[in-house]
Design a protein around this ligand. Structure first.
Ligand code: BG6
Length: 490
């Protein structure tokens, strides 16, 4: 999409608020996240005219970690060539290149970062300063203290941090304490990229803008909800991280519980960060502590042979569990969460199973009967995303038999799909605008660790499963008398 056309579409839709002048400081500048998501995302925002009138990106990384002041431009150019969503032309690179620079840090110091920030900010009008810690969590606390000592934190500073936000309740509290010593909660943006996905935000629109569904969004009509995020990818190249994290901490306590929050929350009075966060924490308070007897842990065959994995590792690469939300709306509804590496498909699916109609006046072909599922509403959340309502209709012909018919909305068929932002782009733009709606508050994070504590204290032994499968023995029986929506039977 060209610069001018995207600008006019955006203006036509009246959706764009231009952020104030901004300096973005990316710690971990030579790491994977910056390379794959943040630099390409900022480049795309710039080309879509969604960046401030004046902005500057300072990459920060320890000296000798793969880039320096003189070659950072080449590094970024190459990264964009590999990972940008749109082709990087000479013209688009010439537009972007003047907005980047690099500062090397050293052990125990931030080099000449504060001088560089002052130099850049002097050319701007009332700038926002965004500090993005794209570094492993053990580095957070020291970096935050150094930023404080260097005078890098003022009222215009915003801090973005990546999950995992701690590894249990105590470490999460410690981390929040360390952050709050230097930053106010309103300056902190805890990022969970699932919430930046267009189709995830659509859950809110779908629920609260459609009276039909909101009326049925409760235990009178719904039997179960499945949040299912299988991935074909194994831990390739991330064994170090994964060995200390595992599937539960990497995915469930973060992304899957965030989805649960959006699905289960009461309607906020308005779509403001404060109201939405209050509704989300109410749901989290209503989740029962996890019952270890309702959890299946798995480890794919061959995991222990991956480079960097301990030969006797019992880290889970798969988890399926049942959760319960004990409030008026959801009591009795069964919530099933599943995610794992090296599975049969990559999907991010949410399925709501509706109670069956009490009338059974239609004939069912015995061969077909086993394929009949209750009415299900399925959100496919991976880009480009879709929403499907599966209903039963009469089979054409001289019978009264039924068949399953999907009614589907596909995002990529929307005329406005060109306006879609990738998850990180949306979230980076929100940070520049000071919009907290899609970020996580400290109390929510701590509550999620609190309900996870029984499982963290006595995790079940992971059972082995074959690569390319749907998980270990016990996954199917967990959801009885229902069954998983995935894999889809055609
Ligand atoms: C990350 C996890 O947060 O999310 C990864 O650390 C996982 O293990 C990834 O693969 C999935 O995100 P997406 O956007 O590819 O669905």
């Amino acid at each position: 999409m060209g610069r001018s056309s995207s600008k006019s579409e955006a203006v036509d839709r009246e959706i764009v608020t231009q952020p104030r002048d901004t300096v973005i400081i990316l710690f971990g500048a030579t790491g994977d996240l910056v390379k794959r998501k943040l630099l390409p995302g900022l480049f795309h925002l710039s080309e879509a005219s969604l960046m401030p009138a004046r902005f500057h990106i300072i990459g920060c990384a320890p000296e000798g970690s793969g880039a320096d002041e003189s070659d950072f431009g080449d590094y970024v150019h190459e990264v964009l060539g590999n990972f940008a969503r749109k082709e990087v032309t000479n013209e688009s690179w010439a537009r972007f290149a003047p907005h980047i620079s690099f500062v090397g840090t050293n052990k125990g110091g931030l080099g000449n970062l504060s001088a560089q920030v002052k130099r850049v900010e002097a050319t701007m009008d009332d700038p926002t300063r965004i500090i993005y810690l794209a570094v492993p969590p053990p580095a957070f606390t020291e970096l935050v203290a150094l930023l404080d000592v260097d005078g890098m934190v003022n009222d215009s500073t915003r801090l973005v941090i990546e999950k995992p936000f701690g590894a249990d309740l105590n470490s999460a509290r410690r981390l929040n304490g360390d952050l709050h010593r230097v930053f106010k909660e309103s300056q902190i943006y805890r990022i969970d990229h699932f919430l930046g996905k267009e189709a995830v935000q659509n859950i809110l629109a779908f629920r609260f803008a459609n009276g039909l569904f909101e009326a049925a969004w409760n235990n009178r009509y719904i039997d179960y909800v499945q949040i299912d995020v299988p991935e074909t990818l194994a831990v390739e190249g991330r064994a170090g991280f994964y060995e200390s994290t595992g599937a539960f901490r990497d995915m469930v306590v973060t992304h899957l519980f965030q989805l649960l929050g959006f699905l289960a929350m009461e309607p906020p009075a308005r779509l403001s960060a404060h109201e939405l966060h209050d509704k989300k924490i109410e749901v989290y308070r209503a989740i029962k502590p996890i019952d270890v007897a309702r959890v299946v842990y798995g480890q794919y065959l061959g995991y222990k042979e991956e480079p960097g994995v301990a030969p006797d590792s019992n880290v889970e690469t798969f988890v399926a569990l049942e959760a319960g939300v004990e409030n008026e709306r959801w009591a009795g509804v069964r919530w099933f969460l599943r995610t794992g590496k090296a599975m049969a498909e990559t999907r991010t699916s949410v399925t709501l199973g509706f109670k069956e109609s009490p009338l059974h006046m239609f004939e069912l072909d015995p061969a077909f009967k086993s394929k009949i599922r209750p009415n299900e509403l399925i959100f496919e959340l991976s880009d480009p995303g879709s929403v499907t309502m599966e209903v039963l209709v009469k089979e054409p012909g001289p019978t009264a038999r039924l068949e399953v018919a999907p009614i589907t909305f596909h995002y990529d068929e929307s005329t406005l799909v060109a306006l879609e932002l990738e998850a990180y782009e949306r979230l980076l733009h929100d940070v520049m605008l000071g919009e907290h709606l899609l970020f996580n508050r400290a109390d929510a994070i701590e509550r999620l660790w609190e309900i996870s504590q029984p499982l963290l204290s006595s995790p079940p032994e992971p059972m082995q499963y074959a690569r390319g499968s749907w998980g270990p023995h016990g996954t199917e029986s967990l959801v009885l008398p229902f069954s998983w929506h995935l894999p889809e039977v055609t």
